[in-house]
Design a protein around this ligand. Structure first.
Ligand code: ADP
Length: 171
């Protein structure tokens, strides 16, 4: 297991990292799940900044401040809605992870926490989602020395088990 990667069960809004990633929707105007939790914890200034940005296509990312969160920054990314797996879902989910990490590097962010993007309301199955998340982060870290720590914040035992299995797979 890469010593720069950690997994834990918890609430992403409580993480003391440079940036947390939000599994947003394309309007960036807030929603349920992790998005709702992040907006509640960050306060209304976050929604104001998101409104000014105006939206984000699936697979892409946008950066805002973290306001009342312990994290300095929020990287908003829009995961794909699961439509059976034959509609580019895997590649779009991979883009969320790659683009989030690239944006982090551009802004000097060294510690970053990810939720299990798309695995809630958007319906992406947990095991393949964890596989893509771990593969993309491993590949990125292999070529980038500037990110010090990536935390996968799991909201359920099921998510934790899926990430643990992926992280313990031999390369
Ligand atoms: P999506 O629309 O991308 O599926 P959701 O917010 O519905 O986004 O769910 C994404 C994942 O985030 C799910 O696995 C869900 O259990 C998890 N989650 C929900 N709230 C939190 C939280 N406060 N911290 C970390 N993960 C969370």
């Amino acid at each position: 297991m890469n010593e720069r990667i950690a997994i834990l069960i918890g609430d992403i809004t409580r993480q003391h990292v440079d940036a947390i990633v939000n599994a947003a929707n394309s309007s960036l105007l807030g929603g349920g799940g992790v998005d709702g939790a992040i907006h509640r914890a960050a306060g209304p200034e976050l929604l104001e900044e998101c409104r000014r940005i105006g939206g984000c296509p699936t697979g892409e990312t946008r950066l805002t401040r973290g306001y009342r969160l312990p994290a300095t920054w929020v990287i908003h990314t829009v995961g794909p809605v699961w439509r059976g797996g034959q509609h580019g879902e895997d590649e779009l989910l991979a883009s969320c992870y790659r683009n989030s990490l690239a944006l982090a590097v551009q802004h000097g962010i060294r510690t970053i926490a990810f939720p299990a993007i798309s695995t809630g309301v958007y319906g992406f199955p947990m095991a393949p989602a964890a596989h893509i998340a771990v593969r993309e982060v491993n590949d990125f870290l292999e070529h980038d020395p500037s990110i010090e720590r990536v935390v996968f914040v799991c909201y359920s035992q099921e998510a934790y088990k899926a990430y643990e299995a992926e992280l313990n797979k031999p390369e």
